[in-house]
Design a protein around this ligand. Structure first.
Ligand code: ATP
Length: 142
């Protein structure tokens, strides 16, 4: 038995596949979903999403969003989503450095809490992208 998984962003359809299992970064922790799961609607945090098709695992970096689960279908509306293969590591390194430098600069000048939270999120997105891309490159899986 399988479940249909759609991952979409405002820009594109990232995934539309029949899968065996999904684990997603719910805001209250990782959610594991098998076919025939009970209906669920949840916000997602910045984190990793994995799905399994047969013996193959696929990993994605998710920049937050929402997920709706029905017994036969999972819909992920992501703020950003990239497969491990799509992640540009140099770009993520540059984004992390930019955000860290900005944080250091802002901390010296007295930082606004809302601004700090946005910069913190940029750092988390960049670090997640690096983690997902590097794990794929090193060939290790969860
Ligand atoms: P950057 O500062 O590098 O743009 P960001 O965290 O601001 O990073 P987002 O706003 O999360 O970027 O994403 C904007 C778009 O760029 C999305 O389509 C996202 O999938 C894509 N994207 C961002 N960083 C990368 C990356 N390192 N590799 C591949 N795609 C990326």
């Amino acid at each position: 038995m399988s479940i249909h998984l759609d991952i979409v962003t405002i820009e594109r359809i990232v995934v539309s596949e029949e899968v065996d299992y999904v684990s997603a970064p719910g805001i209250d922790g990782v959610l594991g979903i098998l076919p025939q799961h009970e209906p669920l609607l949840t916000a997602l945090s910045i984190g990793e999403l994995h799905y399994r098709q047969g013996n193959t695992n696929h990993s994605f970096a998710i920049g937050g969003g929402f997920m709706e689960v029905r017994p036969d279908k999972i819909i992920v509306l992501a703020d950003a989503a990239e497969s491990a293969d799509e992640i540009d590591e140099q770009r993520a390194e540059a984004a992390r450095k930019r955000a860290q430098d900005l944080m250091a600069q802002k901390q010296q000048g007295g930082i606004d809490v809302a601004q700090a939270a946005l910069i913190e999120q940029s750092i988390r997105r960049a670090e997640l992208r690096l983690k997902v891309a590097r794990r794929r490159r090193s060939g290790t899986q969860e």
